[in-house]
Structure formats: C-alpha cells, structure tokens
Write a protein that binds this ligand. Structure first.
Ligand SMILES: Nc1ncnc2c1ncn2[C@@H]1O[C@H](COP(=O)(O)OP(=O)(O)OP(=O)(O)O)[C@@H](O)[C@H]1O
Ligand SMILES: O=P(O)(O)OC[C@H]1O[C@H](OP(=O)(O)O)[C@H](O)[C@@H]1O
Length: 180
C-alpha cells in the first residue's frame, strides 16, 4: 500500500523542527524529507542540504523537486526521490510552507496537513532564544501573514504552547492512521 504524506506547517517558532526531530526518534520508519535550501550550510538548526541559487535552479528544471517554494528570501525544495518512497509503502513527512499549500494540494490532494501553532508572544521568545536570525528578521517572520489552508485538505492542529512532551504526544498522535 502507498505510504501517507504529511506536510508540517505553522509560523516560525511554532516548533515544527523540534517536533519533527521528536518524531524522527519515536518513528524510525517515517521518511523525513531533507530539504534543499539556498541557505548557508553552516546556518544550523534542521539537517538540510545547503545549495547555491544556481544549483537549486538546475535541480528544479531537471525535475529534482516534488515541491518547491520561496520564503524569507530563500528557495526551498523537497527532493523528488524522497516523495517516491511512498511508492515503497513508507509514510513521508516534510516541513512545508503555509503559503505554498495551494500548489502542494494540487499535486498531492490526499496529503494530511499538520498545523503547529503557538501564541505570537511565545513565538517571539523562542526565536530570540534560538538566535538564528537577527531581531529584524524575527520581527519580519512573526509578522508573516497567516494563510488559509486550501479547502478539502485534511488538517490536524497541534498546539505547542506548553511543555514540549505534551506537544510531542499530540504530534505523534497526528501521525497515526485515523483508525489507530
Ligand atoms: N514546547 C516548547 N517549549 C520550549 N521551547 C520550545 C518548545 N518547542 C520549541 N521550542 C524551541 O523554540 C525554538 C523554535 O523551534 P523550532 O526551530 O522547532 O521552530 P520552527 O517552527 O521549526 O521555526 P522555523 O520555521 O523558524 O524553522 C527552538 O529553539 C526550540 O527549541
Ligand atoms: O511562513 P510559511 O510560508 O508557512 O513558511 C515559510 C518557510 O519558513 C519555514 O522555513 P524555515 O525553517 O524557517 O527556514 C517553513 O518551513 C517554510 O519553508
């Protein structure tokens, strides 16, 4: 049977990468997309493939990405070979963009969206503590508009506004089949 597809979305600082890391530990069977990003590989945070703008464009025009989008002045790509793991029966998860869900929904209408949220005051505190971006960049991230999820997509909300263990349990439950 073909594996399921999960898109994890939510505002910066909501805890997407943190929860995805927890799922990596708890669900070794899950295939988690390693994103190609035009961000210096030294930036830290998630495990991603840092690529030049030229390399990104070359990969994209050659069909190397199942999905791609731009945000924060960067380009992001989900490798096509990762999505192909679904054909071997693996569930696949990717860290996605709310702004790019329309395109994703057209391509993969069967996917499940896991929307991670937290209050904006909490987002700000977390991003300042994380220290990956400047204060100005953080302000820009927080002000990034929220987006409507395309009609018809299955959406599961995971609120991450308290202890991480609580949100992790919610996240792992969201990954379970509806009948489990
Ligand atoms: N429940 C929590 N309690 C305390 N700190 C948390 C919690 N969840 C996440 N954090 C911290 O908040 C920061 C932001 O989390 P994370 O990087 O996972 O967010 P993100 O949604 O992936 O953000 P971005 O879209 O900017 O990459 C990290 O430093 C992380 O350790
Ligand atoms: O605001 P929206 O469109 O939801 O997300 C835009 C981008 O920001 C985040 O990337 P990063 O991990 O912060 O680089 C998301 O994963 C997405 O790629």
């Amino acid at each position: 049977m073909k594996g399921r597809l999960f898109a994890v979305v939510g505002p910066s600082g909501a805890g997407k990468d943190t929860l995805i890391d927890a799922a990596r530990a708890a669900r070794p069977d899950l295939v988690i997309a390693r994103r190609a990003i035009t961000r210096p590989a030294s930036a830290g945070g998630e495990d991603f493939e840092g690529v030049s703008v030229f390399e990104f464009t070359a990969r994209k025009v050659n069909g190397g990405f199942a999905l791609d989008w731009k945000a924060h002045g960067l380009s992001y790509g989900i490798p096509a070979e990762t999505l192909a793991k679904r054909d071997e029966g693996f569930d696949v998860l990717f860290n996605g963009s709310r702004a790019a869900l329309d395109a994703a929904a057209c391509r993969f209408p069967e996917m499940t969206v896991i929307r991670v949220t937290a209050p904006s005051t909490v987002l700000m505190e977390r991003l300042l503590a994380r220290g990956r971006e400047t204060r100005e960049e953080i302000a820009e991230r927080i002000s990034r508009a929220s987006y409507d999820i395309p009609a018809g997509l299955k959406v599961i909300d995971v609120v991450n506004d308290g202890p991480l263990a609580v949100a992790t349990a919610r996240f792992l439950a969201a990954l379970q089949p509806a009948s489990a």
